[in-house]
Ligand binder design. Structure first.
Ligand SMILES: O=C(O)CCC(=O)C(=O)O
Length: 258
């Protein structure tokens, strides 16, 4: 969108607080215990965010989106189905970046204006998916604010052996970068925790938290939608190419950054 279009949206939606209100976020959307978990542990699992019908729609949209384009060659190399730019691929994904509770969590962590940086999907195939521990943004000095929050929408159950996300609780507050030795996929951190949760849950975490996907040891899929929200002042070019869906309400357009 050109600068005239940008300023029209900015004028229509004067800031993040208005966008959050438009999306239905209130002071009490997040409970005190949920805020405390985000502060202390750096993550929160929200169960039952998506009901059975919603899951059916999101899974179908995920499959349609991964069928588009040249996926097969990439999958053979990486053993993981990746699909990018979902905001442009299906209206079913609109709810992923406008859900009030997720937005409330993002605002709680960042405390400033933000927008979608990337909305993608990930499905490690049987035998694949082990990643090294990483963060989703550059290392930060203790005096610097947090920059990014990631929300993983579980389209399949996370079980002990199907490639669930592992994370190190509290590591978003560690005042030194992730040790190189821990970045190797084979490394195990003594404090790592595997997130076991039902399909329809959303795992929201501070993007500075040390985390990774693990190996899918089953024969089933382990699909997630990955939505990253970045401080608005850091977005140079987002990894999403929104073609401004007309259906979107002003709050959704603001959060998407279109
Ligand atoms: O899919 C997951 O469990 C986490 C993936 C992840 O951290 C990443 O792709 O950077």
């Amino acid at each position: 969108m050109n600068s005239t279009g940008d300023s029209m949206i900015e004028a229509a939606m004067s800031g993040i607080e208005e966008a959050l209100r438009g999306a239905g976020v209130t002071e009490t959307t997040l409970e005190p215990g949920e805020k405390a978990a985000l502060d202390r542990h750096g993550y929160l699992v929200m169960p039952d965010v998506v009901d059975a019908d919603g899951l059916h729609r999101l899974r179908a949209a995920f499959e349609r989106a991964t069928d588009q384009g040249q996926q097969a060659a990439n999958v053979q190399q990486s053993g993981t189905r990746h699909v990018a730019d979902l905001a442009n691929k299906d209206a079913a994904f609109d709810s992923v970046y406008t859900h009030p509770k997720v937005l409330a969590a993002v605002y709680h962590v960042l405390g400033c204006s933000f927008r979608v940086f990337q909305l993608s999907g990930r499905d490690p195939l049987p035998g694949y998916g082990q990643q090294g521990l990483h963060t989703d943004w550059l290392p930060r000095a203790p005096s610097e604010p947090f920059s990014i929050v990631t929300a993983l929408w579980l389209l399949d159950d996370f079980t002990p052996n199907n490639g669930a996300t592992r994370l190190i609780p509290g590591s978003h507050r560690v005042p030194r970068p992730l040790p190189k030795s821990m970045m190797a996929p084979a490394s195990r951190h003594p404090d790592q925790r595997l997130i076991i949760a039902k399909a329809g849950s959303v795992l929201v975490f501070n993007g500075h938290l040390w985390h990774s996907g693990t190996r899918n040891e089953t024969n089933g899929p382990r699909r997630v939608l990955q939505c990253q929200f970045l401080r608005r002042d850091l977005v140079r070019s987002a990894n999403t190419r929104p073609e401004v869906p007309e259906r979107l309400a002003p709050a959704a357009r603001y959060i998407l950054g279109v």
